[in-house]
Design a protein around this ligand. Structure first.
Ligand SMILES: [Zn+2]
Length: 234
């Protein structure tokens, strides 16, 4: 039976009979929300929907077949459905995806970060910012994993306007992990205020906006991050 719980800032719906982790859901949404309010400095209201089959979960993704087939995907926010999040329930997470239950809390905070970013952004952001910032806010980067992946696959390089040049589907984990590490670096070296200014910006050239705000070129960003990352100096 479908149940809806109201946390004040968030309404979430779940199956009252099937759900085994309601307390974990409440705790994850509450902590993830607080972490994002703390980072961004404002509040918002949103809805979360929990699903128990991959078919139901995939129905809003474009195209639905992609979410149906790609087992790494267990939660998402889409631009056209404002302030709504779609999750595989923690009850079926390990059965229906490659994700582990112990990462559910961070994933919840990550998806909530997407809603806060959308609230302030003017333009679409390249992957490194769009996914790297939720990773950095919610401490999702695993440095050992990044080292291992870079040794195997090589660090992902930027093409025009900061999009990585490698193929996404064969580098999914590195796309996310490297982005998280790079934005963590940017936050530590340049500060939150500049990053938020950059996200809010509506310059027609994202590269020019980046250079103006951070006093750093795209190439310098990549090289400085990689050097510091290898020396473990941030
Ligand atoms: Zn994401």
């Amino acid at each position: 039976m479908l149940k809806v719980e109201d946390l004040g800032f968030c309404e979430f719906s779940y199956d009252g009979e099937k759900e085994q982790f309601k307390d974990l859901i409440v705790q994850s949404i509450t902590e993830g929300y607080k972490r994002n309010v703390g980072f961004f400095g404002f509040e918002l209201k949103f809805k979360v929907f929990f699903y128990y089959t991959r078919e139901e979960f995939s129905k809003n993704w474009i195209p639905p077949e992609y979410a149906l087939e790609n087992k790494w995907l267990s939660a998402y926010a889409i631009k056209t459905l404002k302030n709504q999040l779609f999750f595989l329930s923690p009850t079926v997470l390990e059965e229906l995806s490659n994700n582990k239950l112990d990462r559910f809390q961070k994933t919840t905070g990550h998806e909530i970060s997407h809603l806060f970013i959308r609230e302030i952004q003017s333009n679409d952001l390249p992957f490194v910012f769009k996914e790297g910032l939720p990773y950095a806010i919610n401490s999702q980067t695993n440095e050992n994993w990044v080292i291992e992946l870079i040794e195997k696959q090589g660090a992902l390089l930027f093409g025009a306007d900061f999009e990585f040049t490698s193929d996404f589907d064969s580098h999914v984990t590195l796309f996310y992990q490297q982005s998280g590490s790079m934005i963590k670096w940017l936050l530590e070296k340049k500060g939150k205020k500049k990053l938020i200014e950059f996200i809010k910006g509506n310059d027609s050239s994202i590269t020019a906006a980046f250079e103006r705000i951070f006093s750093l070129s795209k190439e310098e960003f990549f090289e400085s991050w990689l050097k510091d990352f290898k020396e473990k100096s941030f």
